[in-house]
Write a protein that binds this ligand. Structure first.
Ligand code: ADP
Length: 319
């Protein structure tokens, strides 16, 4: 294998740069050239390629976002578009591709595998919602961002004796809300995986108030309902003002944590090894602290499952 390519696709996540850096450096270590594809599958289709050498990935390990840019490109579902991308790869002498993204990006990758082109996937998304791996690149950074924000909100909530609803990202996956709830000591967490009971939330709030609690933090994953909506429902029940903070896109940015950088480095290097071994259609992941690989379609044929033992623990600790 002489030349491979790498792209980032779907929602960006901190640590994607560190993963690209690892791909480039591991490949260079084995004498393999690397081409960076700009703008995900859109750039792949338009031939937006640039040679990456050791220097081009210097000072990148600590940078958030993705210097290769990302794009949503629904056109990639069309056969003729996939064929154009394949022609571009072959014309450039590229023999394998590393795709860094979520399960949607893996679906795109498998269309190329089905046409005989070797692709390996690396999970990169702050949602931690790629089945088959316990962690995705970016989750730890986003989690720390959320916890830092909630700690700050808690300071002002305590001073004014307010209740706060904090809306965090997570359309279908509650991992970010769940982990942040535990780490920040929230009173209640609402996640898409578990039906909520408004009366139960109100009861918990009232129990806390009776105990002399000065404030409460309720975390809601955006997929459950907008933060202001749950605040309205709670106000109607309790008669007390409930403030809302929507964290929004700040959760996607920032310098990756050490943990995300290490994971990205391990994933990037392992993806290159898989391509060198001639393996295609495999996704990289981590299970029980071991870097592993598995059939990429497993990631989109199965549903993501949050660790519900954390939900139980959260309820027990926030009585
Ligand atoms: P993520 O990778 O974060 O899940 P998306 O679901 O937006 O993000 O997918 C990223 C990109 O992958 C899409 O914009 C599209 O280019 C490509 N893609 C997604 N689903 C398919 C599919 N079924 N066939 C081909 N390409 C796809």
């Amino acid at each position: 294998m002489k030349k491979i390519a790498v792209l980032t696709s779907g929602g960006d996540a901190p640590g994607m740069n560190a993963a690209v850096r690892a791909v480039v450096r591991k490949a260079a270590y084995h004498g393999i050239e690397v081409v960076g594809v700009k703008y995900g599958y859109e750039g792949l289709t338009n031939g937006q390629f640039e040679e990456l050498d050791l220097g081009s990935v210097g000072s990148l390990i600590q940078r958030g976002g993705t210097f290769l840019n990302s794009a949503r490109f629904p056109e990639f579902k069309e056969d003729a578009v996939q064929q154009k991308a394949l022609d571009n790869l072959q014309a450039a002498g590229i023999e394998g591709l590393v795709v860094i993204g979520g399960d949607g990006s893996y679906r795109g990758a498998m269309t190329l595998v089905a046409k005989g082109f070797p692709v390996v996937g690396i999970p990169g998304t702050i949602d931690n919602d790629v089945p088959g791996t316990e962690y995705t690149i970016g989750f730890d950074t986003a989690l720390n961002t959320v916890v830092e924000a909630i700690d700050k909100i808690r300071d002002t909530a305590t001073s004014h004796e307010n209740s706060f609803v904090v809306e965090v990202m997570g359309r279908d996956a509650g991992d970010l809300a769940l982990w942040a709830g535990l780490a920040a000591g929230a009173e209640t967490v609402l996640i898409p995986e578990e039906a909520y009971d408004l009366d139960d939330i109100v009861e918990r709030l009232e129990r806390g108030a009776a105990r002399g609690k000065k404030h409460s933090i309720i975390i809601v994953a955006e997929g459950v309902m907008p933060g202001h909506k749950i605040a309205e429902l709670l106000e109607a029940k309790t008669g007390k003002k409930t403030r809302v903070s929507v964290l929004g896109h700040m959760q996607r940015g920032g310098s990756p944590t050490a943990r995300d950088r290490v994971l990205a480095s391990q994933f990037g290097a392992y993806a290159v090894e898989l391509l060198m071994e001639g393996k295609a259609g495999r996704a990289v992941g981590v299970r029980n602290h071991q870097v592993i690989d598995y059939d990429m379609p497993e990631a989109f044929q199965k549903n993501h499952e949050a660790d519900m033992s954390l939900y139980t623990l959260m309820k027990e600790l926030s009585i």
